[in-house]
Design a binder for this molecule. Structure first.
Ligand code: HEC
Ligand code: HEC
Ligand code: HEC
Ligand code: HEC
Ligand code: HEC
Length: 196
C-alpha cells in the first residue's frame, strides 16, 4: 500500500494544465501573428530612401511607376538606377556591385517588405487616385535609411479606414467633394471587395 501524497493527488490537474499549455502553444504556432509590422529586412545593397527621396527629392512615382495606375506600385528595374548611376557616384562599391549585377544580365534581388496573403485583393491605383498618400500606409519613407513596415496591414486596419474611422481628412474630402464635414464609409467593407 502507498499513501497518496499531496503531489500525487494533484498530478491529474498538473497533467491537464500541461496539456492546456501545449495546446495553447500549438494554437499560437498554427496561427502566428499575422502582422509583419516593424519588419525591416536587410537589402542586397543599402538603398536609402532618405538619400534618394529625402535629400535628393526624387519623386516616389519616378521609381514606383505603377502606384498611380495599376495594382502594383512596382520596384524599379535596374536601368532606372543606371539613368543616374552610370555617372553619379560611379566610384561607390555599392554602385559598382549594381553595375556588375546588371552587366551579368541579372537583377538585384530586393527583399520584399510589404506582402499581403494571396487571398487578399489590393490595388494601389484605387487608393492613390482617391488621395490616400503613400505615407498613410507606408510611413515617412523619405526619412528611412532602410524601409520598415510601419502599418499592421491587418484586415482590421483596412476596415477601419474603409468604415471612415481612421480615414484622413484629405481622403474624405476627395471621396465626398460636395460635403462640408464629410464622414462615414469611404469604401466597401463587403467580404468580396478584398476576398474575390
Ligand atoms: C530612386 C528610386 C526610388 C525612389 C525615388 C523611391 N523608391 Fe521606394 N524603393 C526603391 C527600391 C529600389 C526599393 C526596393 C529596396 C528597398 O526596399 O529599399 C524600394 C522600396 C520601397 C518600398 C518597400 C517595398 C516592399 O518591398 O514592400 C516602399 C513602401 C517604397 N519604396 C515607397 C517609396 C515612397 C513612398 C517613395 C517616395 C517618398 C519612394 N519609395 C521613392 C526605389 C525608390
Ligand atoms: C535621379 C537620379 C538617381 C536615380 C534614378 C537613382 N539614384 Fe541613387 N543616388 C543618386 C544621388 C544624387 C546619390 C547621392 C550621391 C552622393 O552622395 O553624392 C545617390 C546615392 C546612391 C547610393 C549611395 C552610394 C554611396 O556609396 O554613397 C546608392 C547605394 C544608390 N544611390 C542606389 C541607387 C539604386 C539602387 C537606384 C535604383 C533603384 C538608384 N540609386 C537610383 C541619384 C539617383
Ligand atoms: C492604402 C494603403 C497604401 C497606399 C496608399 C500605398 N500603398 Fe504601397 N503597399 C500597400 C500594401 C498593402 C502593399 C502590399 C501589397 C501586396 O502584397 O499585394 C504595398 C506594397 C508596396 C510596394 C511593394 C511592391 C508592390 O507593388 O507590391 C511598393 C514599392 C509600394 N507599396 C510603394 C507605394 C508608393 C510609392 C505609394 C504612393 C504613391 C504607395 N505604395 C501607396 C499599401 C499602400
Ligand atoms: C487610409 C484609408 C484606407 C486604407 C488603410 C485602406 N483602404 Fe482600401 N480604399 C480606400 C478608399 C478611399 C478607396 C476608394 C473608394 C473609391 O474608389 O471611391 C478604397 C478602395 C479599395 C478597394 C476597391 C473597392 C471597390 O469598391 O472596388 C479595395 C479592393 C480596397 N480598397 C482594399 C483595401 C485593402 C485590402 C486594404 C488593406 C490592406 C485597404 N484597402 C486599406 C481607403 C483605404
Ligand atoms: C478592406 C479589405 C477587407 C475586407 C472588406 C475584408 N477583409 Fe478579410 N482580410 C483582409 C486582409 C488584408 C486580411 C489579411 C490579414 C492579415 O494577414 O492579418 C484578411 C484576412 C481574412 C481572413 C484570414 C484570417 C486572418 O485573420 O488572417 C479571413 C477568414 C477573412 N479575412 C474573412 C473576411 C470576411 C468574412 C469578410 C467580410 C465580413 C472580410 N474578410 C472582409 C482584408 C479584408
Amino acid at each position: 500500500m502507498f499513501k497518496i501524497s499531496g503531489i500525487q493527488k494533484k498530478w491529474p490537474a498538473l497533467v491537464i494544465l500541461g496539456f492546456l499549455a501545449i495546446a495553447g502553444a500549438r494554437v499560437v504556432w498554427v496561427f502566428p501573428s499575422a502582422s509583419n509590422q516593424g519588419y525591416a529586412p536587410e537589402q542586397p545593397i543599402p538603398f536609402s530612401h532618405k538619400i534618394m527621396a529625402g535629400d535628393f527629392k526624387i519623386p516616389c512615382l519616378y521609381c514606383h511607376t505603377g502606384a498611380d495606375k495599376s495594382r502594383h506600385a512596382v520596384v524599379p528595374a535596374m536601368n532606372v538606377c543606371l539613368n543616374c548611376h552610370s555617372v553619379v557616384k560611379a566610384d561607390s562599391p555599392f554602385i559598382q556591385k549594381l553595375k556588375q549585377v546588371y552587366a551579368d544580365g541579372k537583377a538585384l534581388e530586393w527583399v520584399r517588405v510589404h506582402e499581403l496573403p494571396d487571398f487578399v485583393y489590393f490595388s494601389h491605383e484605387r487608393h492613390v487616385s482617391k488621395g490616400v498618400s503613400c505615407e498613410t500606409c507606408h510611413g515617412d519613407v523619405k526619412t528611412m535609411e532602410r524601409v520598415v513596415q510601419v502599418a499592421p496591414l491587418t484586415m482590421g486596419w483596412c476596415l477601419d479606414c474603409h468604415r471612415g474611422a481612421t480615414t484622413p481628412p484629405e481622403v474624405l474630402a476627395r471621396v465626398f467633394p460636395r460635403q462640408k464635414n464629410p464622414k462615414g464609409p469611404v469604401a466597401s467593407t463587403q467580404c468580396n471587395t478584398c476576398h474575390q
